[in-house]
Design a protein around this ligand. Structure first.
Ligand SMILES: Cc1cc2nc3c(=O)[nH]c(=O)nc-3n(C[C@H](O)[C@H](O)[C@H](O)COP(=O)(O)O)c2cc1C
Length: 195
C-alpha cells in the first residue's frame, strides 16, 4: 500500500518536458496497451481509444493544434504553451468510441441517460492510470484540452473513424524542471468517515 500511496503522491502536472525518455519507446507503448486493457468501463463496453503520438508526428500534431487555435481565436493565441508541449517526447490522445457506446446504450435503454457520464468517468480512469504509471517510470506528463476545436484536424491527421471522440491530450517526456512541491491541502470536510 505504501508503494501505491507514493505513486499517487508522485504524479504531478509537469509542464517543463523534454525529449529524454527514461525508458525505451516500446515500454511506453506496452504500458499504454496494458492500461487500456485493464482500466474498467461501464458494462465492460470497452469505449476507450488511444493514439500514442511520438517522433516527428508529435511535433506535426502540436504545430497543427497551433494553426487550429490561431484560426479559432482570430490570431489571438500565443505559441509559448504549444512550444512547451512540442518540446516533449510524445503525446497520448484519449478518445471514446461512440459506436461502442451506442451499441451498449441500445442494449440497456433504462440507463440511457447515464452513458455519457460513465464514458467520461472510464476515460478519466484511463488518463489517471497512465499519468500515475508514467510518473512511476519517471516520465513527466500534463493534461490538455484543445478539443473540440481540434477534433476534425486530429481525425484527418491520424485517419481515425468519425465515431472516435477526442477527450484529452497528454504531452509526456523527460522532466526538464520538476514542479514545486504541493502545499498541504486543507482536508477538513472533504472526507466524512462514518461507523
Ligand atoms: C479533468 C482535468 C482537466 C484538466 N485540464 C487541464 C488543462 O486543460 N490544462 C492544464 O494545463 N491542466 C489541466 N489539468 C491539470 C490540473 O490543473 C492539475 O492536475 C491540478 O492543478 C493539480 O496539480 P497536479 O496535477 O500537479 O497535482 C486538468 C486536470 C484534470 C483532472
Amino acid at each position: 500500500m505504501m508503494d501505491f500511496i507514493s505513486m499517487l503522491k508522485n504524479r504531478r502536472s509537469v509542464y517543463s518536458l523534454d525529449k529524454t525518455l527514461p525508458v525505451a519507446e516500446n515500454a511506453v507503448a506496452d504500458f499504454v496497451r496494458v492500461a487500456v486493457q485493464y482500466v474498467p468501463d461501464a458494462f465492460n463496453m470497452k469505449s476507450q481509444r488511444v493514439v500514442l503520438v511520438m517522433g516527428a508526428r508529435h511535433e506535426e500534431f502540436w504545430n497543427a493544434v497551433y494553426d487550429e487555435m490561431v484560426k479559432f481565436t482570430g490570431g489571438r493565441f500565443s505559441r509559448d504553451k504549444i512550444d512547451s508541449f512540442a518540446a516533449a517526447y510524445g503525446t497520448v490522445l484519449y478518445f471514446y468510441d461512440t459506436a461502442a457506446v451506442e451499441e451498449t446504450r441500445r442494449a440497456y435503454p433504462g440507463y440511457a441517460e447515464n452513458f455519457h457520464d460513465w464514458v467520461m468517468q472510464s476515460n478519466a480512469m484511463l488518463q489517471f492510470a497512465i499519468w500515475v504509471g508514467f510518473a512511476d517510470m519517471n516520465i513527466g506528463a500534463n493534461l490538455q484540452h484543445y478539443n473540440p476545436v481540434i477534433d476534425n484536424m486530429v481525425r484527418e491527421m491520424f485517419e481515425l473513424p468519425d465515431a472516435w471522440t477526442l477527450v484529452a491530450q497528454m504531452p509526456f517526456g523527460g522532466i526538464a524542471v520538476a514542479p514545486k512541491p504541493k502545499p498541504d491541502t486543507d482536508m477538513a470536510g472533504r472526507v466524512k468517515v462514518v461507523g
